[in-house]
Design a protein around this ligand. Structure first.
Ligand SMILES: Cc1cc2nc3c(=O)[nH]c(=O)nc-3n(C[C@H](O)[C@H](O)[C@H](O)COP(=O)(O)OP(=O)(O)OC[C@H]3O[C@@H](n4cnc5c(N)ncnc54)[C@H](O)[C@@H]3O)c2cc1C
Length: 337
């Protein structure tokens, strides 16, 4: 039993390619592998996903496995559990790390159960005690942190929260590796149709008008400073001009002004976009835990002492009803729209 296997999410080039959280899981895997002094493998599943190979070959890992089979063309929990069970048995890793995506929530607990294990889900940090990893999870909507350590024999299965590990924190230096290029192998599991009991339907949140905040590169998020629902077009226009997703602090969703699925925070989604623009949001801790993984935070707030400015890379102290339309106009001008 040796090494760390990161199970990544690849949807095929025509359907969005890699789930961005994959690279965060790889960063978490790298943190584990480095501290343990063991190899790090990456893997992804699909049917004929050879185009994903070069992406993996460019990563600082020991090797990669493309789990390929025609029955993996579309995601099914039965197919993924059966396929990854075979890969895990072959590689016999000490740790299996996933991004905490919807898909992973669906199949990873069952995969772990095949090995007599539970999934340590939605991990926000890893620390090491006497050389062994301790996984940190949040409880009670972020009010408590709990430590989990793996005990006993068998692989340890862990999924990591969006934004908890930085994809750009992936070190360029390989863990324990051979020489470049990184070997990428095809792994063909034994699967037959009788094993796949479910028939895939439409992909959840695949359409452009639905919400997958965790995959958004730019988010414009609105808080109570907007005052009334009729004012929302001010932020919607900024989001539209930037090609951004619209999100909100909890009071906006509690009021029913935006759907709950757009809420960011400890009781909403956790996001890690390249740019997070907080408009009229105070920066309560329950909101911050959901967006602290953002690469750049821009805050617009009329109160210079608002806590959001403590995490902001750029801040505008001003009235959002003046600043936001001006920003939208500037973006449109830059884009020539
Ligand atoms: C168990 C629990 C879970 C929670 N989960 C979440 C969660 O998931 N997500 C979440 O967001 N919250 C959550 N909350 C609520 C959280 O504590 C805060 O109440 C909430 O985040 C505040 O939202 P807000 O920043 O929009 O509103 P406020 O705190 O009211 O802030 C409004 C801000 O707008 C500014 N403002 C007002 N007018 C203007 C103007 N004209 N121009 C510019 N700025 C202006 C004000 O200065 C102020 O800073 C949770 C609370 C609890 C107890």
């Amino acid at each position: 039993m040796n090494g760390v296997l990161a199970v990544l999410e690849y949807r095929g080039e025509s359907r969005g390619g890699w789930n961005r959280m994959s690279w965060e899981a790889l960063a978490a895997g790298q943190e584990l592998a480095r501290n343990l002094g063991e190899p790090l493998w990456a893997s992804a599943a699909g049917n004929d996903i050879s185009e994903a190979g070069p992406d993996l070959a460019a990563k600082p890992i020991s090797g990669a496995h493309l789990v390929t089979h025609k029955l993996l063309q579309a995601y099914t929990p039965d197919g993924y559990v059966a396929a990854f069970e075979q890969l895990v048995r072959k590689l016999d890793p000490r740790f299996v790390v996933f991004p905490h995506t919807y898909q992973v929530r669906d199949f990873a607990p069952r995969l772990a159960a095949r090995f007599g294990q539970t999934l340590i889900a939605d991990v926000v940090a890893i620390r090491f005690e006497a050389g062994s990893p301790v996984f940190v999870r949040q409880l009670l909507q972020g009010r408590l942190n709990a430590d989990y350590a793996h005990s006993g024999a068998g692989a340890c299965f862990v999924s990591v929260q969006a934004g908890a590990f930085r994809a750009d924190g992936l070190s360029e230096t390989a863990c324990i590796s051979g020489t470049a290029p990184v070997p990428v192998e095809e792994f063909v599991p034994r699967l037959d149709e009788s094993q796949i009991r479910s028939r895939p339907g439409e992909r959840f949140r695949e359409a452009a008008h639905t919400v997958d905040l965790s995959a958004a590169n730019v988010i414009v998020s609105v808080g109570r400073g907007i005052k009334e629902q009729v004012n929302l077009p001010i932020v919607e226009e900024l989001a539209h001009a930037l090609g951004a997703e619209l999100a909100a602090a909890r009071p906006i969703c509690d009021n029913g002004w935006l759907p709950m699925e757009r809420q960011v925070g400890s009781s909403g989604q956790t996001v890690s976009p390249k740019v997070y623009i907080a408009v009229g949001i105070s920066g309560a801790i329950q909101h911050l835990v959901g967006m602290k993984g953002s690469k750049a935070v821009i805050a617009i707030n009329k109160d210079e002492n608002a806590p959001i400015f403590e995490v902001a890379d750029y801040g505008v102290v001003g009235d959002l009803f003046e600043v936001t339309p001006a920003l939208t106009a500037a973006v449109r001008k830059t884009k020539g729209a």
